[in-house]
Write a protein that binds this ligand. Structure first.
Ligand SMILES: *Cc1c(COP(=O)(O)O)cnc(C)c1O
Length: 368
């Protein structure tokens, strides 16, 4: 790597992503195939790089969040099916068809708007089974089935899907909720059986491992591909590990005397003489400001707690117990011992948000 990048950078191990994929596949229903979710730049890991690594393993089904993400994959030579899981403006329909991209139909109103264009768009109906985000309301199954059937005569309808919202929980009430969602979905799927849709799917990462359905031909694998947990309490299959580590360096070391303050807002006061290192990474890099006075980094295998507030481009850590650090010493912001799930747990969010939040100014370096 060129020295220029040695400020703050992310290393992504594509072999680990391939491993995670294989282990996940071995742990779901043997009849299921996997649709890989690479939305949000593959959860910050790099969509084209991740898709290329998985295309090598024969993956040919992808999901993204929007039109730009879908086109980026197509332009990079990713083949197979690409499903857009959310809203695409109607003006983009021609480009969707040109690029052979499948669009989720998020509502009846959206379906009507597509019909008005007179274009035969390849699409899949989203069904709302209890999340109240997008889709036809599964609580009115007859109406749902009737709508899907009538639109299937005009659109190029390729499937239906729903999304589970508590499949990662082991609590009984949430397991029951998920079962209810799956049952509601199956009623619709049974009702449109005569359409012989190619893709009838309802399981996300968590669902694929901990739930099942008679329509389990396709599982949408997101977070677990990247080695992170849907919920911090989850236990993942052996061998699935985070593929991403985030590194930075020590830019300066100084002593801070007892009674002095550190950082904006003077939120940290030294209760003793301390050795403090400055790290050239900040919230503009996606290093969450909520980590102020809470998080830590790892320097030479030892924990260095954050002292004071995280700034836009820098923050400070206590290295009083770490003697061998100097300017340029490589440090770990996210690593196997403190991964995105651990960091998220420290500040009350989820690993998804941590990895998606690593900003574009942080270079991604790929290893195998
Ligand atoms: C993001 C998303 C997924 C993947 O969810 P994970 O929890 O990351 O596995 C699957 N389906 C839909 C509709 C999604 O929006």
């Amino acid at each position: 790597m060129v020295e220029l990048l040695r400020r703050s950078w992310v290393e992504i191990n594509l072999t680990q992503i391939q491993k995670n994929f294989k282990i996940y596949q071995a742990n779901i229903s043997p009849t299921a195939s996997v649709m890989v979710v690479v939305k949000a730049d593959a959860y910050g890991h790099g969509d084209v790089e991740v898709a290329n690594a998985l295309q090598e393993l024969g993956v040919c089904s992808w999901a993204v969040s929007n039109f730009n993400e879908a086109c980026k994959l197509r332009n990079a030579g990713i083949s197979g099916e690409i499903l857009i899981l959310g809203y695409t403006p109607i003006e983009n329909i021609d480009s969707l068809i040109e690029n052979n991209i499948t669009q989720a139909i998020i509502s009846e109103e959206y379906a009507e708007a597509i019909l008005k264009t007179g274009k035969k768009l390849k699409c899949q109906f989203a069904i709302d089974t209890g999340m109240n985000r997008i889709g036809l309301d599964a609580d009115c199954p007859e109406k749902c089935i009737e709508k899907i059937e009538s639109f299937s005569k005009i659109l190029n309808l390729d499937g239906i899907f729903t999304h589970l919202c508590v499949a990662d929980s082991s609590e009984k009430k949430f397991k029951d909720y998920t079962q209810t969602q799956i049952q509601k979905f199956e009623i619709i799927a049974d009702g449109v059986k005569n359409l012989h849709l190619n893709n009838v799917h309802c399981l996300n990462s968590a669902g694929g491992l901990w739930h099942s359905t008679k329509y389990n031909s396709l599982v949408r694998l997101g977070i677990i591909l990247y080695g992170l947990k849907p919920d911090y309490s989850n236990i993942l299959p052996d061998g699935i590990k985070p593929a991403l580590s985030w590194k930075s360096v020590v830019s300066m070391i100084k002593t801070v005397k007892k009674g002095e303050y550190i950082g904006y807002g003077c939120t940290f006061k030294a209760d003793r003489d301390m050795l403090v290192a400055t790290i050239p990474t900040g919230y503009a890099d996606g290093y969450n400001r909520m980590l102020s006075n809470i998080g830590h980094v790892v320097i030479n295998g030892k924990i260095a707690p954050i002292v004071g507030r995280v700034c836009m481009d820098q923050f400070m850590v206590d290295i009083s117990e770490i003697s061998n650090a100097k300017m340029g010493t490589e440090i770990e912001l996210l690593s196997e011992s403190y991964n995105a799930d651990d960091m998220a747990n420290d500040i009350g969010t989820i690993g998804y948000e941590i990895v998606c939040g690593i900003s574009k100014r942080v270079p991604r370096v790929y290893t195998r």
